[in-house]
Ligand binder design. Structure first.
Ligand code: HAM
Length: 407
């Protein structure tokens, strides 16, 4: 038997319903915030991710699904969505056009990670990217929007917030941090590697021994330049005004290299070790870095699989109609009825019913509100037998009245 690859799974039945419910409502909320849908290819040139996500990141360093295609191109399944959207923004000259562009997207991402609960090799993200606004109100708007999405699905999270500074305050801080790290003895192998490639990644190492050693590490939040400090203070005060709870986490550095200034993550305590349900931040230098006209930008992505674990759908509410036939001769009538009713509501149909009891059981399983059945009597009277599965009342209805009935 051929199965899915390790770390990959089918999204089926109950989960697929939750998936659609989630994407539909995220899209609705994103549109309310002025975002438009964008879809970019899953396969891109490897160089795009190396340059944007960064060679020092685990994502590029260890986790890429990278290969040479038949045309000898070095390509890669996207590990995240931001890089492709920035590529599209530049390729389609939106950077040159100026103004503001806001996009939302969703789809599969690929990272060759060690699979565990909440961590897959193929997973899905719903994300947004906003281009052209450096004002910190846009940072607040995307955080408020993410918060609205989480509230809509009644998901409790903790918002962790940090500022990663800019090209003015980050370099001197890095020098200071490296000096401090050089005094330490006992950092884990990963941290030793990160120290030379991207020292700030050492700060969020999950190893307890490293964290103990890092207790006295200098923190960028105390060394921000005036502009970054003002922006961070303004952002916090807007979030305070709108009643958004957050915790400043000076060691939150995120796993992608393109961030500057605002960085954030939403954490859930209800899904185990892989607790980050969404993350994002500002990436004001990335458009320019990838060859476009300098354009400030900010965005986030939600991990759909992790969120689905937390969404509870009310299954008590019945919906739609289930049609079954007891006689072969009833199949045409059943099909006609389904075609009429599908203009009004959700209809499921089976053509070779194995008895009324069985059809009612299937209707119940499908969580239908009504079960329609066509037997010998119905064929004779040219009507349909209907049972309301909520109040258990049954009655017969003529086919010409199907369209007017309040289902
Ligand atoms: P990220 O933090 O790498 O950010 O991913 C965002 C979310 O995707 C995570 O918080 C997590 O919920 C989910 N996720 C990541 N890896 C996995 C995995 N292996 N299995 C299941 N879920 C996973 C980004 O990708 C950035 N592009 C976000 C962004 C948009 N920043 C600015 N704009």
């Amino acid at each position: 038997m051929i199965s899915t690859l390790r770390g990959m799974k089918d999204i089926l039945s109950h989960e697929s319903e939750k998936y659609l419910f989630f994407i539909e409502n995220c899209s609705r909320i994103a549109k309310n915030y002025g975002f438009e849908f964008i879809s970019t290819p899953i396969l891109e040139e490897t160089a795009l991710f190396k340059r944007s996500v960064g060679e020092s990141s685990d994502i590029v360093g260890k986790e890429m699904y990278q290969f040479i295609d038949k045309g000898n191109n070095d390509v890669c399944l996207r590990p995240e969505g931001t890089a492709g959207i920035v590529r599209s923004f530049i390729q389609n000259k939106m950077d040159k056009a100026g103004g503001v562009k806001r996009f939302f997207y969703y789809g599969a991402m690929f990272r060759y990670e060690k699979p565990q609960k909440g961590r897959f090799r193929q997973f899905h993200q719903f994300g947004v990217e906003s281009f052209g606004i450096s004002d910190v109100r846009e940072d607040a708007a995307v955080i408020l929007m993410l918060n609205e999405i989480l509230n809509f699905f009644k998901i409790k999270t903790l918002l962790k917030l940090n500022s990663l500074g800019c090209h003015k305050c980050m370099p001197p801080y890095k020098t200071k941090l490296i000096k401090f790290l050089d005094t330490l003895d006992g950092l884990c192998e990963d941290c030793k590697r990160r120290k030379s490639i991207n020292p700030i990644r050492v700060l969020d190492c999950k190893n307890d021994q490293c964290q103990n050693l890092l207790n006295k590490a200098p923190l960028l939040i105390n060394e921000l330049c005036d502009e970054c400090r003002d922006d961070f203070e303004n952002l916090k005060s807007i979030l305070d005004k709108f009643g958004i709870n957050y915790e400043v986490d000076a060691k939150l550095v995120r796993g992608l290299d393109y961030y500057s200034k605002t960085a954030f993550e939403f954490i859930s305590e209800d899904i185990g070790a892989q607790s980050s349900v969404a993350g994002g931040g500002r990436y004001d230098r990335l458009v320019e870095f990838l060859g476009g006209r300098a354009t400030p930008a900010i965005g986030f992505a939600i991990g759909v699989e992790r969120i689905l674990e937390l969404i509870v759908i009310d299954e008590s509410k019945r919906d739609g109609i289930y049609i079954g036939t007891l006689e072969k001769e009833g199949q045409d009538l059943a099909f006609r009825a389904a075609t009429i009713l599908r203009r009004k509501t959700k209809v499921n149909i089976e053509f070779e019913g194995k008895g009324l009891k069985n059809i009612l059981k299937n209707a119940d399983k499908a969580n239908a509100k009504y079960c329609i059945c066509i037997g010998e009597n119905e064929l004779l009277s040219n009507t349909l037998w209907v049972k309301n599965l909520e109040d258990k009342e049954s009655f017969n209805i003529e086919i010409k009245s199907l369209g007017e009935f309040q289902w």
